[in-house]
Design a protein around this ligand. Structure first.
Ligand code: FAD
Length: 482
């Protein structure tokens, strides 16, 4: 049997479910990746993620070549190109790893039907998550909508399996002799793909499997401190692996194994909390699978009755938020981090999302779309989960009356103002008491620090206490269901 493995968000050739199964079940296996026109057409020509994928593919292609195979890379519409390629190569089956996003599911159904019509089989595998779909259910047999009981059931299922089945890796190397070398290979350049400027906006992390393992090595030494360090954006607390998880340059099973390994060696609160974050990732994939309406609407339908601010002033506020000009330094520094690097620290994602929704009264979907465009690690499930958490409309979200105060968040999580100063150098001379709300500082202090509010740094676009009251009124429509 001849087969084709279709790579998508799984750009590695180690511990890869679809590649493993294809190699085991076939005599000869081709590998391919399609730069999907339908996806690329909507992106700006300097999108960093395209450069990241491009670089990761070069490494993957080289590694497959060293094993005796190769990677076919095309720029086309995947729905048409995969069946065409299957015919060209004369394969009996296409193997791929499952994607849980609504659009991707539709695409896969179209591809499958088209393949089946020409007698080619289509096999898909779980690879992106530890547990998917209906694998973790409540005792009543229904999907969970609250995280903690989901996590407990997840852990119970995971540990109940003494064969380590769920974290077992999918070996590739021993079947490598079955990899087929394609007649034509080569990757279109970024310019050919329509992204001439993408490579200039390099990401702060290295691409590919090598980039992922460098980050993991670096994080292994810090994992035990994760519980204490993860909330402070000025310090190196988290793993920064999200973009690698997004594009599958590292396997989730490998990361879970590493966390559990650390927990086995000694009681390790850091590893335990980090594992919890990986479980949140599974949780949101599961939510998206069972409730695809969340992609456009609130998880809790009553929250769609909320009336958001619209019109010129709301637009001006939205632009100020996007560009880091709200006058609240932590919010602004966070947005500049996103705009300049494509990454934003988790605490700051919560603070900026809450600010947009509950200080500016703007529909969470506008913020969600901005993050989707700018985050290197953008993942529909986690991004939507995060935004619906902040807007209180999601499953297991923060209560609607919980409204972050952007000044106290700043005092608590960036006490010295180190993170703020990194992105707002004009505030570098302010002391740690005045940096969190510069407009409140004594005029003499501002003068000594060389900061003129309204000129060097903006006045706040809204007053938090006033906005807070307006938000409570706005959310009154959901009071009965909160
Ligand atoms: P670490 O702290 O090292 O965590 C390890 C991994 O766990 C992450 O890489 C990620 O895969 C997963 N993870 C951590 N926190 C969460 C979470 N709350 N939900 C789901 N998975 C989690 N994460 C994305 O991967 N893509 C997004 O588009 C995204 N958008 C977000 C939007 C908002 C408004 C919020 C509040 C959170 C969002 N997150 C998103 C979750 C989280 O902020 C990032 O996963 C994390 O900051 C990535 O950095 P890291 O890899 O250093 O994380």
């Amino acid at each position: 049997q001849r087969s084709l493995v279709w790579f998508r968000r799984d750009l590695r050739n180690v511990d890869h479910a679809a590649l493993h199964h294809a190699l085991r079940q076939s005599d000869s296996v081709f590998c391919a990746f399609i730069f999907d026109e339908k996806i690329l057409n909507d992106l700006p020509d300097n999108d960093r993620r395209v450069a990241f994928i491009h670089e990761s593919l070069s490494e993957l292609a080289k590694s497959l070549e060293q094993m005796g195979g190769g990677l076919i890379v095309r720029h086309a519409q995947a729905e048409e190109e995969i069946p065409r390629l299957a015919r060209e190569l004369g394969v009996d089956a296409v193997f791929t790893n499952r994607d849980y996003e609504p659009q991707a599911k539709l695409r896969d159904t179209t591809v499958e039907q088209s393949l089946l019509a020409s007698n080619c089989a289509f096999f898909s595998y779980k690879d992106q998550v530890i547990f998917e779909k209906e694998e973790v259910l409540s005792l009543a047999g229904t999907p969970f909508s609250v995280f903690t009981p989901y996590k407990n059931a997840w852990l119970k299922k995971f540990y109940a399996d003494t064969s380590d089945f769920y974290s077992r890796a999918y070996p590739i190397e021993k079947y490598a002799h079955k990899l087929a070398r394609p007649a034509a290979s080569g990757i279109p350049s970024l310019a050919e793909l329509g992204f001439p400027a993408a490579a200039e906006r390099r990401m702060p992390v290295a691409a590919g499997m090598t980039g992922a393992s460098q980050l993991l090595d670096d994080f292994m030494g810090r994992m035990k401190l994760y519980d204490q360090s993860r909330d402070f954006p000025a310090i190196k607390g988290p793993s920064y692996l999200s973009v690698h998880l997004r594009f599958g340059t590292i396997s989730i099973r490998h990361l879970v194994q590493e966390a559990i390994q650390q927990m086995r060696i000694a009681a390790n609160r850091g590893a335990e909390i980090w594992l919890s974050e990986l479980i949140w990732r599974d949780f949101y994939f599961m939510i998206l699978h069972h409730h695809p309406h969340v992609a456009n609407r609130s998880f809790k339908p009553d929250y769609d009755a909320i009336r958001w601010e619209t019109g010129p002033q709301a637009d001006a506020h939205f632009n100020a938020w996007c560009e880091g000009r709200t006058g609240y330094p932590l919010v602004d520094a966070a947005m500049l981090q996103l705009n300049q690097t494509g990454y934003m620290h988790n605490r700051l994602r919560m603070v900026t999302a809450c600010f947009l929704i509950k200080d500016l009264g703007i529909d969470w979907r506008r913020g969600e779309a901005y993050f989707a465009e700018h985050l290197n690690d953008f993942d529909l499930s986690a991004n939507n989960g995060g935004w619906q958490w902040a807007s209180s409309s999601g499953c297991d979200a923060q209560p609607y009356f919980r409204i972050f105060n952007p000044i106290t968040q700043s005092e608590k999580f960036d006490t010295e103002g180190k993170f703020i100063k990194r992105y707002l150098p004009q505030l570098a001379k302010l002391d740690k008491r005045s940096i969190h709300a510069p407009w409140k500082a004594a005029p003499l202090l501002l003068e000594q620090a060389g900061v003129k509010i309204g000129k060097d740094y903006p006045f706040p676009v809204v007053e938090h206490d006033v906005a807070r009251k307006q938000t409570l009124t706005r959310y009154a429509v959901v009071k009965k269901v909160a």
